[in-house]
Design a protein around this ligand. Structure first.
Ligand code: KIV
Ligand code: ZN
Length: 400
C-alpha cells in the first residue's frame, strides 16, 4: 500500500466535501474557550485563507458581542460562506439574518430538537407542533437569505420515521442544507452511515439539499462517525480546529481533512483545505482559546511527527514511509523529529552527533553511546546541550 495515495490522484475523479468550520460557534461553547472580537476576526481570516468553505461565525442572538463579531466577519468575508446560528424562534432568525447580511454568501443555520427525549423534557412539544415550527422557521429564514441550513438536533436519538418527516418538511420549506447531528456523541459509525442512507432514500426531494454531518466526541467517535456519514451520502462536514467544542468536543477539522487526503485510495473525496496551514491554525486556536493541544493529538500534537524508539528511528533514517503515513510538511511541520531518549538507538545517536557537528570514531562513539544511555535513564528529557556536554570531553581528548 502506498501512502498519500489520494493526493496523487486527479481531482476530477473525486467528489467534493464541503468543510463547515464551527470553531467560532460550537468550539467557543467549550467551557473556558471564549474569544475576543479581535481574536475571532483573526481566526476567521485564517480559516478563509486556509480554504474552509463555510465559517459558522457565531450565534448572533446570544449576545451583542456575538452579533457584532458575526457582522464584522460577514463584512470582511470574500468568497467563503458566513453562517449565523439561530434557534427555531423568529427573533433569532431575524438577528442571524441581519448579522450575515453583509456577506457575499450569507447562510442562516436554524435548528430544532427532534428526539423524543428533547421533545418531552426540553421542548415540551408534540411531534406535529415541531413539524409546524420547522415549516414556519425555515420559510422565514428562506425569505431572508437564499442559503438556509436546517439541523435536527439530537438526530441520532430520533426515530427514523419521524426524522424523515422533519427533513421532508425542512426541504419543502426551502432548506438547502440538511444537518443530522450526533449532538450527544452517541452514534457508532455503521448506524450513522445507515441513518443518512435511509433518510436520503426516503425523503422525496433529498437531492435538493446537501446533507451534513455534525459529530460530538463523547465516545471518541466524532471523526469516525463523520467519515461514516460521508459514506452514507453526506457532503458537508461540520468540525472545529483542534476538535474544540462542547464537552468532549467536536470532530477535529485537521483529522477529517487529513483522513480524506491520506486515505484517498479508499475514500474518493477531496476538500479545498490547504493542509499546510493546519498546524498554524491549530496553534492560533490553541492560543486564543487558551486550550492546550494534547501532545499526542493526531495531526497537530507535538508528538504527531516525533519518534523516540530505536527501531522506529532506525526505520525513519532509512526511509520515512516506514513509520510515517503523511509527511510533516503536508500539515505545515518543518521536519520529523527524532527525540533522543532511553529508547533511542546507535543509528539515531550517530545522526544526532553529525547534526551537532561531531564525527566520532567507532570506539569513541560506543563510549559516548553508553554514557548517553546512562544519562537518558536518569533524565526525562535529553537535550542537544546534554549530548554536546557528553561528547565534548571525548572530542577534546581526541583533539589533543
Ligand atoms: O450539536 C448540535 O446538535 C449542534 C446544533 C446546534 C447543530 O451544535
Ligand atoms: Zn454541536
Amino acid at each position: 500500500m502506498t501512502t498519500e495515495a489520494g493526493s496523487a490522484e486527479t481531482s476530477s475523479a473525486r467528489e467534493r466535501i464541503y468543510i463547515f468550520d464551527t470553531t467560532l460557534r460550537d468550539g467557543e461553547q467549550c467551557p473556558g474557550a471564549s474569544m475576543t472580537f479581535e481574536e475571532k476576526l483573526e481566526v476567521a481570516e485564517l480559516l478563509e485563507e486556509m480554504g474552509v468553505d463555510i465559517i459558522e461565525a457565531g450565534f448572533p442572538i446570544a449576545s451583542q458581542g456575538d452579533f457584532e463579531s458575526v457582522l464584522e466577519i460577514a463584512r470582511r468575508a470574500g468568497d467563503v460562506t458566513i453562517a449565523g446560528l439561530a434557534r427555531a424562534i423568529p427573533a433569532d432568525i431575524a438577528r442571524a439574518g441581519e448579522a450575515v447580511k453583509p456577506a457575499r454568501r450569507g447562510r442562516i443555520h436554524t435548528f430544532v430538537s427532534t428526539s423524543p427525549i428533547h421533545l418531552a423534557h426540553q421542548m415540551k412539544k408534540s411531534e406535529s407542533e415541531v413539524l409546524e415550527i420547522i415549516a414556519r422557521t425555515v420559510a422565514q429564514a428562506r425569505n431572508l437569505v437564499e442559503d438556509v441550513e436546517w439541523s435536527a438536533m439530537d438526530a441520532t436519538r430520533t426515530p427514523v420515521e419521524y426524522l424523515v418527516r422533519c427533513v421532508d418538511t425542512a426541504i419543502r420549506a426551502g432548506a438547502t442544507t440538511i444537518n443530522l447531528p450526533d449532538t450527544v456523541g452517541y452514534a457508532v459509525p455503521e448506524e450513522y452511515a445507515a441513518m443518512f442512507r435511509e433518510v436520503r432514500e426516503r425523503v422525496a426531494d433529498s437531492d435538493k439539499a446537501i446533507f451534513s454531518v455534525h459529530c460530538h466526541d463523547d465516545l471518541g467517535l466524532a471523526v469516525a462517525n463523520s467519515l461514516a456519514g460521508i459514506a452514507g451520502g453526506a457532503r458537508q462536514v461540520e468540525c472545529t480546529i483542534n476538535g474544540l467544542g462542547e464537552r468532549a468536543g467536536n470532530a477535529a477539522l485537521e483529522e477529517v481533512v487529513m483522513a480524506i487526503r491520506t486515505r484517498g485510495d479508499v475514500m474518493p473525496y477531496e476538500t479545498r483545505v490547504e493542509t499546510r496551514m493546519l498546524t498554524r491554525a491549530s496553534k492560533l486556536v490553541s492560543n486564543v482559546s487558551a486550550f492546550p493541544v494534547q501532545y499526542n493529538k493526531a495531526i497537530v500534537g507535538r508528538n504527531a511527527f516525533a519518534h523516540e524508539s530505536g527501531i522506529h528511528q532506525d526505520g525513519m533514517l532509512k526511509n520515512a514511509s516506514t513509520y510515517e503515513i503523511m509527511t510533516p510538511e503536508t500539515v505545515g511541520v518543518k521536519a520529523t523529529s527524532l527525540v533522543m531518549g532511553k529508547h533511542s538507538g546507535r543509528h539515531a545517536f550517530r545522526e544526532k552527533l553529525k547534526e551537532l557537528g561531531y564525527e566520532l570514531g567507532d570506539n569513541q562513539l560506543e563510549d559516548a553511546f553508553k554514557r548517553f544511555k546512562d544519562l537518558a535513564d536518569r533524565k526525562k528529557h535529553v537535550y542537544d546541550e546534554d549530548i554536546e556536554a557528553l561528547v565534548g570531553d571525548e572530542v577534546a581528548v581526541a583533539a589533543e
